[in-house]
Design a protein. Sequence first.
Length: 415
Amino acid sequence: MATIKYLLQSKNDNSNIYVRYSINRTLVLKRKTGFVINPKDWSEDKAQPIQRNEDLKAIKSKLDKLAVFINDAYNNAISKGIVFTGDWLQHQIDLFNNKIVVVDLDVLSNSIDAYINNGDNLTSGSIKNLDNLKKFIVNYETDVLKGKQILIRDIDLNFIDVFKKYHKSKGRSINYIGTYISLLRAVVNKASLNGIPTHPQFKQIKAIKEVKEPDQIIILTEAEQELIKNATLLREAHINARKWLLLGCLIGQRAGDLLNITDKNIKGLNGMSIIELKQQKTGKLVAIPLLPEALEIVESGLPYKINLEHFNKYSKEVCEIAKINTKVKGKMRIDDKRTLTAGYYEKWKVISSHVCRRSFATNFYGRIPTSVLMNITAHGTEAVFLNYIGKTTYDNAYQMLEYFNKLKPLAENSN
């Protein structure tokens, strides 16, 4: 059981009163309490001020309250796996003495705003996620904390536990929650660099990621794209969605970039037609040459603008009409529920906008150098790219072997 003892370490007139907090035989913490006393007024035997006047009685009363405060903090923290250090003890003393002054950036929602406004190279996706994080924080303050603002120093293991439970109750995945915990850590780290105090538990907060069996890679093969191209469509909305779908499979861009393409993005370069755009997520300027099939779509008139929700809906319907019904392992919402249910479904049922970029990367892998494909899809590393299309480093080795075999006759001729 943890025990508290107060002591002096000096014979000076204004000696600091120290607290020694013994958690066990091997872990003993010691820090200044913030109170001073003349050693003549201190009882070594009782380890407390001698009660000879009101001032000394007041010091004893404060030390008694500090002991209760530290013990309460210890009991609240012991079940949460906290590492008890001298910094933890100092933090409790500072809290008791109201030494930690709340400034603007102490408030979590303010620090999120500062992170957005002063962040370097934040993508639009990151900014959107940070805005969503702030909305959750503000709603939590209103609904649960009765308007009390969350401070940076409040971010402890208990807060993260509440954060996880809240989002799980909304049907959100572990990876979704992990994304927001990573953002939260980034905000708190930035605040710490600006001198804002953090909770002693903060360093124990780790990123989380779901470990699971990889999903089947859902793509539209070239044969399936041909079925879609030749399908008889009666609705204008379906014809328009088909254009976006097929174009997306030929240029490999995320839906946010694909669906914003206009005639202004179509340019000529050294006798060839390209699509030039600045990717929303990466901020990267890319130029994608138009293959004959893509050029045919463009020259017939670009599809009109459509939002993502309608694109996903109509793409499924187009693929159903085209009989893209091979059974695949995927996820879909059953009876309009928020959570996704894994299972085996006809492929058209699990088609979404993401199939465009993945189909492009998969169908052209091995035919176009990987570095060129990565430049277009904007994957940061080859390992991430290979995982994205369901390949391994062994597949890459076979690809390199094919290139070497093509180079071999050239080497023999040069000899």
